[in-house]
Design a protein around this ligand. Structure first.
Ligand code: SAH
Length: 395
């Protein structure tokens, strides 16, 4: 361990690490002993020279992402065990060998003690997204360890980190297969088929995190006229159709997303005339839907990517929710979400409640939603809980 660059924190800045929070902010650092490069493994000590943790160094506001609070050497066994533990959890949850759902998150960064690393499984293809240089440097090892752990259940590993790595890093990441090769194919979620393109698609190709919420929507859809706003691959739409919705309109501002939605609906419900997909801007479309729908899904992109954009984001949530509340038919249901990490559960609720007041409607909360079990939240890292949703009854 002594070979790693030592970082000492300012007095009083060791508290969060002592509570196992895995981030060291750059402002907390008192001194770096020696030369350090992005992606290097560093050890972190308090001002009183107490060992606090070991992690990856990076230039930016989060300077160190701690992967162990014990004085260990991060050797092959260390990383293999971490990956094994993530795999074991998914196995125990029933994701790894499931005939109706074969798309799941295998590694969720801090949630699995692997800050900076995301791995999503699309049947037997793993798609990795690194958010730290330390993890990126290890990408080939990680792919090899995964293969060892998963055996025949893994045939390809695709690295899709080009857009998620910090721009300051002096590397030129290229998206590519690290193991095998695969054609973007069809995966299953609760028996529904999704055509996934991890090469061209958003994130790793699919919003896996809405699985349980899509399923809940199915329960509420019987006989309803549904608007799925921000539909992307159309997931909420065909869960609504599966739930016997009378009509489903899918809206997204991206033409590509609308093509994907059409393709996916056709795959699951060939020739079904209940569905229509529309390219439109949400703020425009929501202006003129008075009494047209009695079930509305609002699943916008992260309005606040950073804390600085918070108040603007909250205005955005307030505005779209107010429009939905104003116009939904009496007795309607709204599924509304925020996936911005910077927006807390309370702030999101406040924005939605103000929207209800603006619309002057009686609104009751039926469910409070979050992310599924394959996106576990490290109890010492509450920031990992990013998906928030409310199911509301609008009288
Ligand atoms: N509900 C989806 C995920 C939504 S992701 C699912 O279950 O998979 C957010 C989507 O919002 C993206 O597809 C993006 O193209 C779309 N989008 C972003 N800004 C928009 C706007 N102003 N109006 C309509 N759609 C928008």
């Amino acid at each position: 361990m002594s070979n790693y660059t030592k970082i000492v924190l300012k007095s009083g800045k060791d508290q969060s690490l002592k509570r196992f929070h895995p981030w060291v902010f750059s402002g907390a650092i008192k001194k770096i002993y020696g030369q350090v490069n992005e992606g290097d493994t560093v050890t972190v000590f308090s001002n009183k020279d107490e060992f606090l943790g070991i992690g990856h160094y990076q230039i930016g506001s989060i300077a160190v992402r701690v992967f162990s609070f014990e004085e260990i050497t991060p050797d092959t066994d260390f990383w293999k065990n971490k990956l094994k533990s993530a795999f074991k959890l998914r196995q125990s949850l029933g994701y790894t060998n499931n005939s109706s759902t074969n798309v799941y998150r295998l590694v969720y960064a801090e949630g699995d003690g692997l800050p900076g690393l995301i791995i999503d499984m699309y049947n037997d293809t793993a798609v990795m997204q690194m958010h730290s240089i330390g993890m990126y440097i290890m990408r080939h090892e990680i792919a090899a360890y995964l293969k060892e752990i998963m055996g025949d259940a893994l045939t390809a590993v695709y690295d899709k980190s080009a857009k998620t790595l910090p721009f300051k890093a002096d590397i030129e990441p290229v998206n590519q297969y690290l193991l095998g090769q695969a054609e973007p194919g069809i995966v299953l979620e609760y028996g529904n088929q999704f055509k996934i393109d991890w090469v061209e698609g958003q994130k790793t190709g699919f919003f896996i995190d809405q699985r349980e919420n899509r399923r809940l929507l199915q329960e509420y859809s019987n006989g309803r006229e549904v608007l799925n706003m921000f539909c992307y691959t159309g997931g909420f739409s065909f869960f609504a159709m599966r739930g016997n919705a009378k009509l489903v309109h899918s809206v997204d501002s991206s033409g590509k997303a609308i093509d994907l939605t059409r393709e996916n609906v056709e795959l699951n419900f060939p020739g079904d005339s209940r569905h229509e997909a529309i390219v439109a801007d949400a703020f425009e479309y929501l202006k003129d839907i008075k009494d047209k729908y009695d079930l509305i899904v609002l699943d916008p992109p992260a309005f606040a990517k950073h804390r600085s954009a918070l108040s603007h984001a909250l205005q955005g949530y307030k505005k779209i929710n107010a429009r939905a509340f104003e116009q939904i038919r009496p007795g309607g249901i709204v599924f509304t979400f925020s996936c911005s990490q910077a927006v807390s559960r309370d702030k999101f609720r406040e924005a939605v409640f103000s929207a209800a007041a603006i619309a002057k409607r009686n609104v009751r909360v039926l469910h409070q939603l979050s992310q599924p079990a394959d996106h576990p939240v490290n109890i010492y890292h509450p920031e990992g809980e990013y998906l928030k949703g409310l199911v509301l009854y609008v009288e």
